[in-house]
Design a binder for this molecule. Sequence first.
Ligand SMILES: Nc1ncnc2c1ncn2[C@@H]1O[C@H](COP(=O)(O)OP(=O)(O)O)[C@@H](O)[C@H]1O
Ligand SMILES: [Mg+2]
Length: 350
Amino acid sequence: MGKVLRVAVVFGGRSAEHPVSVASARSVLANLDRSRFLPVPVGIGPDGGWLTPEATRRAVQSETSAFHWLPATGGPARGADPWALLASVDCVFPLVHGSTGEDGSLQGLLELCNVAYVGCGVVASATGIDKWLAKLAWKALGLPTVPAWRVPGEDFADDAEAALRAAEQAIPYPWFVKPARAGSSVGVSPARSREDAPAAVRQALTHGRYALVEPLVRGREIECAVLGGERPAASVVGEIRPSRGHEFYDYEAKYGEGGADLIVPADLPQGAAAKVQELAVAAFRAIDGADLARVDFFVTDKGPTLLNEINTLPGFTAASMYPRLWEATGVPYRELLTRLVTMAVQRHGR
Ligand SMILES: Nc1ncnc2c1ncn2[C@@H]1O[C@H](COP(=O)(O)OP(=O)(O)O)[C@@H](O)[C@H]1O
Ligand SMILES: [Mg+2]
C-alpha cells in the first residue's frame, strides 16, 4: 500500500451551476476510497470568495448549503488561505462548474501552485467552455458539428439590423440562439423568424460578449463520456429525454424534479453508437483534453451525427450522466474517482 494521498476537492464558485457543484463535491467527498485518499474540501462562495475550512465544512454538511454560505470576506484568499492549502496537497479535484472553474482560470492557478489536478488543462478548458472555439477546432479537423454564426455584442449594439441580416445569410431560420460561453442552458432560446430573433440574441448576449446562432436541430440528444490521457476511451452512450412540457433540455429540465430521463445505455443501433464513441474521442483529442469530458451530440434519423458541445467538467454526482455512463461501461463510481486521481498524479509526475 502506498501512502494515503491528500486530495483537495474544490467546489462552489460564482456560476449559476453553484448548487450543482456542491452536490458533485458532496458525492466525490463521500466516495473517494479512504484507504488511498484523504479528501480535503475547499469551498468557494457564490460571490467568488474562498471559504475558511469551517465555512467549507458547513457548506458540505448542510443539506441546503447553497443558501448558507458565510459572506465572503472580500477578494480571494482573505478569510482563507487557499494557495497554501492547494500547494500542500498531493492532488486537486476541481469541481467548480462554469466560468472561472471550468474555463481554465482555476486550472491556471493550479499550474502556478505546481500541484497535480484532475481533468483538462488550461487550453482544453478554455477551448471547451467556448462553443465557438471548440467548433473551430472540430471543423478544422473535419469533425461534423452543428454550424454556427457568431454575433459579437458590439456589432449588435451598433447596428442590430445589419448583425441580424449577416446571421440570416449564414443560418436560415429556424434558429437556436445561445451564449458562446455559458452552461446549464442559461440564455438559450429558439428563434423561428425575424420576429423572435432580436430578443433571442439580446438574451444570449446578457451572458457574455458573443451570441451563437445555430440552425434549430431536431434530433435525439446523445452523450458520451471520455476517460483517459493520451489514449482516451469512450463509454457506452446515453440519451437525454426532456420530459413533456420542455421544448428542449432547459434549466428546469436539467435540475428540476423529473425534468428529464437519462437513458443509459441509449437505444441506438450498434453502428450509430460506435460512430458517437469515435467522434467523442476525436472531439476530446481535438481540444487537447485530459482525463475526462462529456461530449454531447445530436443524432438525427437522416443526416449525420453532429457534435453539439464538450463539457470538460461535467456534473459529477453518482446520478449524473458522466459517472452513470462509466458505471454502465464497467467502471463503478469509486473506481472512476481512483482512476482520475491516479492519472492526474502520474501526469504531474511526468
Ligand atoms: N442547435 C440546436 N438546436 C436545437 N436545440 C438545441 C441546439 N443547441 C442546443 N439545443 C438545446 O439546448 C440545450 C442547451 O444547449 P447547449 O448548447 O448544450 O448549452 P449548455 O452549455 O447550456 O448545455 C441542449 O441540451 C439542447 O436541448
Ligand atoms: Mg449542454
